[in-house]
Design a protein around this ligand. Structure first.
Ligand code: PLP
Length: 395
């Protein structure tokens, strides 16, 4: 099968995912005929309330949790903030937070601001990572103190896909009486998760990373974990998050969780096979191409590869001419290209960090698409290197 000229090859699924057709179908009635308010006393609203209850159960099933531990929010960012700020309010006498140097801005910037805007009332420990993006557990143990209110460590890194041993880390925190939050936005739907027997207190999800729409998220709150709401208002979510529910998106997220639970194993092994083929092909056909992140302890869909001595943004522009969508590990801020804080924390040299590209696949990618990318990439990198004075000196 050949790909048409208009065909978009979407390999940027850690940025956002396509809404699954089944998810859209499930949502449509709640954007049209079933518009009642789930809090209303009438049967019309009650039907909508039942749909939310069904979605809550579907999310709980995917997480191995119970339905009353699921709180719907507006996004992953809200879930992250809610968990961390709740812990700090619960323990006003504690002033220490443990996190990592590679968190998503949703956690990173909150922690930075906690230090700055409270006149350094809060002290943040940001755990370093090794060259392969993994954490040192002994260093983590040593970072915990009697002042630590909460640990917030992501389950899977959005740039490299590297997985952290959050279940073990949560047990260690629990032994010290410290609350544990994980930003599992990139992990949910991609790896099996079972929270019931574990020690994780809070876990964040974002709908748009698992084929549900943007603007809906979940905060899992373990039964018995002390909790203070972030959004105060009506009695929605049993008083844990005020605001009339985003019904259609919640229903969509429930459907996406059902799909993930039913197909995760089979689909992810297919995605892993495609990712591995892409990764191996790029690393073997393009000189000075390096994998960023641990080769095994990784999400099945993510490959972060550096092409030395070229700029990531230039690579993306040329990929874009072939309708190939991915992300670069550098961001243009105030006119200068800043390599990502994740790659910097891993000690990736500047010459490689600048030329890093994140390919993140989904169940919608095909073998033909991988072949197409493998066919185009060597010429793109070679062309850009012809223009690079650094390449001449270092090839
Ligand atoms: N955490 C991680 C690891 C993410 O990758 C993202 C989104 O990129 C978020 C949090 C934020 O999620 P949302 O876009 O729903 O606020």
């Amino acid at each position: 099968m050949t790909l048409s000229a208009e065909h978009v090859i979407y390999m940027d699924n850690n940025a956002t995912t396509r809404v699954a057709p089944e998810v859209l179908d499930a949502m449509m009635p709640y954007l049209s005929d079933l518009y009642g308010n789930p809090s209303s006393m009438h049967t019309f609203g009650g039907r909508v309330g039942q749909a939310i209850s069904g979605a809550r159960q579907s999310v709980a099933n995917l997480l191995g949790a119970s339905a009353d531990e699921i709180v719907f929010t507006s996004c992953g960012t809200e879930s992250d903030s809610t968990a961390i700020l709740s812990a700090l309010q619960t323990y006003p006498e504690k002033n220490h937070v443990v996190t990592t140097r590679v968190e998503h801005p949703a956690v990173k910037n909150l922690c930075d601001n906690l230090e700055i805007f409270t006149g350094r009332k809060y002290h943040i420990t940001r755990l370093p990572v090794a060259e392969d993006g993994t954490l040192d557990l002994q260093r983590y143990r040593d970072s915990l103190t009697d002042e630590t209110a909460i640990v917030s460590v992501m389950w899977a890194n959005n740039e490299t896909g590297v997985l952290f041993p959050v279940e073990e880390m949560a047990r260690i925190a629990k032994e010290r009486g410290i609350l544990f939050h994980t930003d599992a936005v990139q992990a949910v739907g991609k790896i099996p998760i079972s929270l019931q027997e574990g020690a994780i207190d809070f876990l964040s999800i974002s709908g748009h990373k698992l084929h549900a729409p943007k603007g809906v998220g979940v905060l899992y709150i373990r039964k018995g974990t002390p909790f203070i709401p972030f959004l105060n208002g009506g009695h929605q979510e049993r008083g844990r998050r005020g605001g009339t529910e985003n019904v259609a998106s919640i229903v969509g997220l429930g459907k996406a969780c059902e799909l993930a639970a039913a197909k995760m194993e089979e689909e992810n092994s297919r995605v892993r096979t495609l990712r591995d083929k892409l990764e191996k092909g790029l690393l073997t056909t393009i000189p000075k191409a390096l994998l960023n992140g641990h080769p095994q302890h990784r999400l099945p869909n993510t490959a972060n590869i550096s092409f030395e001595y070229v700029e990531g943004e230039a690579i993306l522009l040329m990929m874009n001419q072939h309708n190939i969508c991915a992300s670069s590990g550098s961001a243009c801020t105030s006119g200068s290209l800043e390599p990502s804080h994740v790659l910097r924390a891993m000690g990736v040299p500047f010459t490689a960090a600048h030329g890093s590209i994140r390919f993140s696949l989904s169940v919608y990618n095909t073998d033909e698409e991988v072949d197409f990318v493998l066919q185009k990439m060597p010429a793109i990198i070679a062309r850009l290197r012809e223009l690079s004075p650094f390449w001449e000196e270092n090839k």
